[in-house]
Write a protein that binds this ligand. Sequence first.
Ligand code: SAJ
Length: 430
Amino acid sequence: MGETLCVVGLGYIGLPTAAMFATHGHRVVGVDVDPEVLQRTRNGRIAAHEPDLQALVNEAVRSGNLRISEAPDAADAFILCVPTPQTVKHEADLRSVDAATRSILPHLQPGNLIVLESTVPPGTVAKQIVPLLAASGLEVERDLLVAHCPERVMPGFILRELVYNDRIIGGLTPEATRRATELYRTFVKGEIYPTDATTAEFVKLIENTYRDVNIALSNELAKIAERVGVNVWDAIHLANRHPRVHLHLPGPGVGGHCIAVDPWFIVSAAPQDARLIRLAREVNDAMPGYVVETLRHLLGTLRGKRIALLGIAYKGNIDDARESPALVVLKELQDHGAKCRVHDPRASVHGVPAHTLEEAVEQAHAIVLLTDHREFKELDPLRLAPLVKGRLVFDTRNALPPGPWKAAGFTLVRLGEPPGRGSSGPAAPP
Ligand code: SAJ
């Protein structure tokens, strides 16, 4: 028997989650504070270019099981999926979590389940959510069931991963864990691992922290490989043949609003101990500067140089440029007097002029690849050669096949590779 649910926050996670519940037997009210989000979702024009999400949302709305609203309503369960960005001091900005929790207070009834999906510092449910819920007049431990169920889905594969990935569900009480598990079991086909709320908060953070530290190690190895005359992409590919080695890949930095952000929540929770985690963040945040310094070295000077930037999205094959390292590279190049043009077939950023590929490379002294979109791997360098001023390509993602680019007269330099030493081609993913 389906439940009535209220999903607060219709962003990257909330909308797919609301639609998934609404197409698996539940009656859902999807709530957001942004009129544009409400309008777009009602009109069936969702923002994220997520495969199959448009169809799922349309099916959910058409069936009458997903209603889009400005305000919460009474429900059996409330699911909070709101953003938790970092502040300038790298602490969690929990204002949206606070506002979302307050918005459901008038609708709470004894027996309700409240699930927080947002990524938060350890202890947030116990120390921040519970006191707020007490303002409803209900006795939290007796009358309400509270749990944390973090998301672990990859943009571009959200619907598939929502269903098939294993999940962690941490309740304030074992009964809350059981109740939340029963609810998510209606669509989750992966394993559901029960724990307590604070452990669940911590697990989410350490998953992304593991990735950030791993990427920082590979970025540091890339710099060292250039010094010692090794191609880091080949070296990582070979090292990962070891059954217990899973090195990530170097790049121009770490973007997105998760891997680049979540580790800071651990640092702010235990600054005196989280030294490696902080250092990894600093290593990754220094990569855009390293890319700019390498370009300055290759060109002799950046002042007055025309540079084509391929990609502004924070990673390949998505349209999201939030916290993208490419934006930092762009700004630092411009600060050094370079004239930059950006071409990205998928992402655009307000305030950054978008150019076609031809416009971007026209008379460029150098091309720098910052995002490994599929389209860039299939570029025909013979088409670009007549357009550029200089035949230098700096590939920060090991995305370009060396053969065709060298045959077209380009000098292909890769991050993590000593100039003049080509690898056998793009390394296999870790
Ligand atoms: N990156 C590297 N080297 C690597 C892997 C990634 O430099 O080997 C860079 C990427 O280019 C990107 C950044 O790190 O700039 C992060 O990319 P990512 O693919 O590791 O992870 P995200 O940012 O896409 O993380 C998403 C998050 N989920 C959502 O945004 C809905 C996160 O909470 C998930 O845990 C993560 O996917 C996941 O993979 O599960």
